[in-house]
Design a protein around this ligand. Structure first.
Ligand code: FES
Length: 561
């Protein structure tokens, strides 16, 4: 990159030619107000709050590249007046009466009002009333609060890859729309919620978070999503001094998801309707009776021995798995399959550079939303990468490609992808036939999406998918379906957070912590060890699996990890 000389507030500086004026100001520590600009979105120059003066001319600094000979002034009377008028226009265009807005205190427009000392409207406030779109399960759009910064549109396409939000009409008639202007709840929105996370005003809001607390009233706990094995970085907003979560945001700085989340990562923990096990219970001839931690320990200890087998699922963290192995030795098995049909030969950075994708038998929008975003933004964005979907059932990815094949015709997908330099095959489970077909194709790169959050941790711990019987069968995890059916004669002990139908057939039920009540590490699909931080205290009479296992093994988690 060429180095050039410019003047910045009277001082000569040497800068890289490809940078914008705003980039250089940030490097020099010079404050320029911005509103529509938001890294990592491409700058567009919509709001004009960032204007600066260059030899008498006003320029939007976020979109203007530096050029040799520029003489940038960031604080002249002309600059101040232009920014002030622009801000007045933004406030005047729609309903920005902060005292009636739920986002008051969490609003970048309001922050600028304070910065510029706005104490009145210079222009008559715009009186036209706009629609409030309340049709979506998780989101609401109040168009009266919109400043047309289009951050939502850009985030929906450039970052999340969904391309649902757009705009219609021009000037102050411009409206943010979903698809071809249908209510958001009837659109193809995948409910990733990124638009609400990035909206600078009170226009797009997470419904559940409304009225629960502002950012300044929150403890922001950095953590990792543990819904799937991707391991997206998240920030959990917990109301300060309280024990409830206001909202979950994607971490803009996460190298995995860069702020993007899927519906499951953002909302599933907050809208979890599964029935919690509220206390541990032992079954006897008269039914169930509650049992305390000491009682649980006594029974569990009496059942551990050579005739005991432990089953686990991939919801367990590495520390828990290590302690389970201490207690049960090699008698630990996975209740679900763990082995990849074909091991991955690329990673997420390989995925984000590919020219073509063959997605086999997995609906990414549904089960691995952020992997879907990574692919969709390249397929629907400027890169114009090619997408091939191979599936026999419903797969929502088929709506964005013409290249759709059944399993039987998978060879046609490979033929069509021929000629593309870099093709990644993405899959989770595969039939033996498809696996054999794939292994013959050495030129392809594979990305396996493991079945559960910590499937890789199970593999690293040598825990295999096998059905071994024992007189006493223990289960640790969430997915204890069919364990009684599989071991009808055994004494079955389940340490689990939820009640399911089968719960009533278990001999000892140990109610455990779940969600943000737990903490620990797990391996994501790339084999990176990620930390899930605790954000809630449990309000139920439940046991931390780590405490239970420490008592049973006589070891602490730091002694085994
Ligand atoms: Fe530069 Fe909006 S921040 S135009």
């Amino acid at each position: 990159m060429e180095r050039i000389k410019i003047k910045f507030n009277g001082n000569e500086v040497e800068v890289d030619s490809g940078k914008t004026i705003l980039d250089v100001a940030n490097e020099l520590g010079i404050h320029i107000p911005t509103l529509c600009n938001f890294e990592p979105l491409a700058p567009k120059g919509y709001c004009r709050m960032c204007v600066v003066e260059d030899r008498g001319a006003l320029k939007a600094s976020c979109v203007t590249p530096v050029a040799a000979g520029m003489e940038i002034q960031t604080d002249t009377p002309l600059v101040k007046e232009a920014r002030y008028i622009n801000l007045q226009l933004l406030f005047g265009e729609r309903n920005h009466y902060c005292m009636y807005c739920e986002s008051s205190g969490d609003c970048e427009l309001q922050d600028l009002g304070y910065e510029f000392g706005l104490d009145h409207f210079d222009f008559p406030p715009y009186e036209r009333k706009f629609l409030v779109d309340n049709s979506h399960k998780f989101l609401t759009i109040d168009h009266n609060r919109c400043i047309l910064c289009r951050r939502c549109i850009r985030a929906c396409s450039e970052l999340a890859g969904h391309f649902v939000l757009g705009e219609r009409d021009r000037g102050f008639n411009t409206m943010i729309i979903a698809d071809v202007d249908v209510p958001l709840g009837e659109s193809t929105c995948t409910s990733c919620g990124l638009c609400a996370q990035i909206c600078p005003t009170g226009t797009i809001k997470d419904k559940r978070a409304a009225y629960l607390g502002k950012e300044v009233q929150s403890d922001i706990i950095p953590s990792t999503c543990d819904i799937c094995p991707l391991g997206c970085g998240i920030n959990v907003y917990r109301r300060s001094g309280s024990n409830f979560i206001i909202k979950v945001y994607g971490d803009w700085d996460s190298p995995i998801n860069g702020g993007v989340l899927c519906k499951l990562g953002r909302y599933s923990v907050l809208y979890d309707e599964r029935k919690r096990l509220l206390a541990s219970k032992i079954r006897d001839d008269f039914g169930y009776r509650k049992i305390d931690f000491d009682g649980v320990l006594k029974i569990a200890r009496s059942r551990i021995g050579d005739d005991a087998v432990a089953y686990v699922d991939g919801s367990l963290y590495n520390e828990e798995l290590a302690l389970i192995k201490k207690v049960f030795g090699n008698n630990v098995y996975s209740i679900n399959p763990v082995e990849p049909p074909i091991p991955s030969s690329t990673d997420l950075s390989g995925l984000s550079k590919a020219e073509g994708y063959i997605v086999i038998g997995v609906d990414l929008n549904k089960d691995y939303g952020v992997v879907g975003s990574m692919i969709k933004r390249r397929v629907l964005g400027e890169e114009k990468a090619k997408l091939f979907v191979v599936d026999d059932g419903f797969n929502s990815l088929t709506s964005i490609t013409e290249n759709v094949f059944t399993f039987k015709d998978i060879e046609q997908a490979f033929d069509k992808a021929k000629g593309l330099k870099d093709v990644v095959v993405v899959f989770s489970a595969l039939s033996d036939t498809i696996r054999d077909t794939l292994t013959k194709r050495g030129e392809l790169k594979y990305l396996w999406l493991p079945f559960e959050t910590n499937t890789i941790g199970l593999i690293k711990n040598g825990i295999k998918y096998e059905m071994k019987s024992g007189k006493n069968v223990f289960f640790f995890g969430k997915d204890h379906k069919k364990i009684r059916e599989r071991f009808p004669e055994a004494f079955v002990i389940c340490a689990t957070p939820f009640e399911i139908e089968e719960t009533e057939k278990i001999d000892l039920l140990i109610a455990t912590k779940d969600g943000f009540e737990r903490e620990g590490t797990f391996y994501n699909l790339e084999g990176k060890s990620l930390k899930r931080n605790k954000a809630l205290e449990s309000e139920y009479n439940v046991i931390d699996v780590i405490d239970l296992l420490s008592e049973l093994s006589g070891k602490t988690k730091s002694e085994v990890i």
